[in-house]
Design a protein around this ligand. Structure first.
Ligand code: UD1
Ligand code: CA
Length: 453
């Protein structure tokens, strides 16, 4: 098989998005439309990927900088054929070229593989649609061979009855594509250089046109407005939810989960309604996620329960932990096994060892906490002096009374007990009670003021 080149058309304006942003940079499942296409293209191990951009200027190449792709500017935009013309100078003749679209985000690798297997000089991806309005129609002769594609605006009434439509996605021998593109004209209803006209030009050279069909129609749905974007988002979420159910994950409602990235689950995982998973999330065996949690780039190990309304970002949670409700784990949080984190507890850039607890209303930032530590309600690490951040170190078996401030840098030695309401500014010795608290006093005979008449 000849090496593969991929051209991604992404120069269009996207007028109907009513946005300052180019259409292909709008997100589906948390990722720009064109990034979905680039990921799929790259999964085919192509020799080269070239993105044709135009509207929105350099914003598309800049946003896609992490991809190994080249770019071709199309300015002005004179049609899909003209767009491909801008990219072909970058391609070698001894290759085959796959044309994809930056606004058709859900094309699947499997379908493209099937096109690559078809073996002809030109293969079109087509779909039979009960309502083909707006699409180019595949025109076949009496023997069923493809003879061309006619755009709806150029079609006769009889041609408009054809239900087989052009998805736009095609695979062509690069030398043949180059020859045909050189002959394109714009004498049509839209005054554009149509890529679809290469089909008729190839047929005129005696080329047989192959067609294949995608496994699912949603793979070829394009985005022109926010409504189509919202519909395709739901479709994709449903596809992902169905896949999770098929793996044995319990979803309280498959219509109320959003996966914006990659969610991997062990056995007997249960996910309640309204949860959002972003980036790469791994859930171990028997993990339970309560309602309305947002979990991003995190690992949650076996047996851990996340109670409702918790927010977890770039964190690692050990086995058999209890998190939430209303917990917030910020980047750099590492919790070992059996840790309990309760409501309105915020943890950042901190490591908490086995069986320690912070059950209520705390801020733990830049801290290292040992095992079996009890962090009382309202405890706060004062990690920031307005200019720099400092660490708080808490040894094993420490008990921190409620409403304590730990002014970093500070070390609370193993076995320490801190009296409630303390402001700890100096290191504490092990196994002793430390507290900083003004003595309680009472004033005998004192009476409350009374309101003057
Ligand atoms: C095209 C096909 C039509 C097919 C349909 C599928 C042609 C002539 N027609 O029609 O047969 O059924 O797609 O959706 O190809 N683009 C550029 N530069 C341009 C013009 C377009 O980059 O100058 C990009 C657009 O950003 C878009 C894609 O090409 O991603 C398709 O362009 P669009 O104008 O939407 O094509 P259709 O008229 O829908
Ligand atoms: Ca058009």
């Amino acid at each position: 098989m000849k090496p593969l080149n991929v051209i991604i058309l992404a120069a269009g304006k996207g007028t109907r998005m009513y946005s300052a942003k180019p259409k292909v940079l709008h997100a589906l499942a948390g990722k720009p439309l064109v990034a979905h296409v680039l990921d799929c293209a790259q999964s085919l191990n192509p020799e080269k990927v070239c993105v044709v951009y135009g509207h929105g200027g350099e914003s598309v190449p800049l946003a896609m900088a992490k991809y190994d792709a080249s770019y071709a500017l199309q300015e002005p935009q004179l049609g899909t054929g003209h767009a491909v013309q801008q990219a072909v100078p970058q391609l070698s003749d001894n290759s085959q070229t796959l044309v994809l679209y930056g606004d058709v985000p859900l094309i699947q690798q499997k379908t493209l593989h099937q096109m690559l297997q078809s073996g002809g000089l030109m293969t079109l991806l087509t779909v039979n649609m009960p309502n083909p309005a707006g699409y180019g129609r595949i025109v076949r002769d009496e023997s069923g061979s493809v003879v061309g594609i006619v755009e709806e605006k150029d079609a006769t009434d009889a041609q408009r009855l054809i239900l087989e439509v052009n998805t736009g996605i095609m695979l062509v021998d690069t030398a043949l594509l180059r020859q045909c593109l050189a002959k394109l004209g714009n004498n049509n209803a839209q005054g554009e250089y149509y890529l679809t006209d290469v089909v008729e030009l190839a047929v005129a050279q005696g080329v047989t046109i192959h067609t294949t069909q995608p496994a699912y129609e949603w793979e070829i749905h394009g985005i022109n407005n926010k409504s189509q974007l919202a519909v395709l988002e739901r479709t994709w979420q449903q596809v992902q939810a169905t896949a999770l159910l098929a793996q044995g994950i319990t979803l309280a409602d498959p219509a109320r989960i959003d996966v914006r990235g990659n969610l991997q689950c062990g056995q007997d995982v249960e996910i309640d309604v309204g949860c959002i998973f972003e980036g790469k999330v791994q859930l171990g065996n028997n993990v339970q996620i309560g309602a309305y949690c947002v979990i991003k780039n995190a690992t949650i190990s076996d047996g851990t329960q996340i109670a409702p309304f918790s927010h977890i970002d770039s964190s690692e949670v050990g086995e058999n932990c209890h998190i939430g409700p209303y917990a917030r784990l910020r980047p750099g949080t590492k919790l070992h096994n059996d840790v309990h984190v309760g409501n309105f507890v915020e943890i950042k850039n901190s490591e908490i060892s086995q069986a320690s607890k912070a059950n209520h209303l705390s801020y733990i930032g830049d801290a290292t906490i040992g095992s079996r530590v009890n962090v009382g309600a309202g405890t706060i690490t004062c990690n920031y002096d307005g200019a720099n951040k400092f660490r708080t170190i808490i040894g094993d078996d420490v008990f921190i009374g409620s409403d304590t401030q730990l002014v970093a840098p500070v070390t609370v030695a193993r076995g320490s007990t801190i009296g409630a309401g303390s402001t700890i500014t100096r290191n504490t010795p092990p196994d002793e009670l430390s507290l900083s608290r003004s003595k309680q006093m009472s004033i005998p005979g004192w009476s409350r003021p009374v309101k003057k008449r």
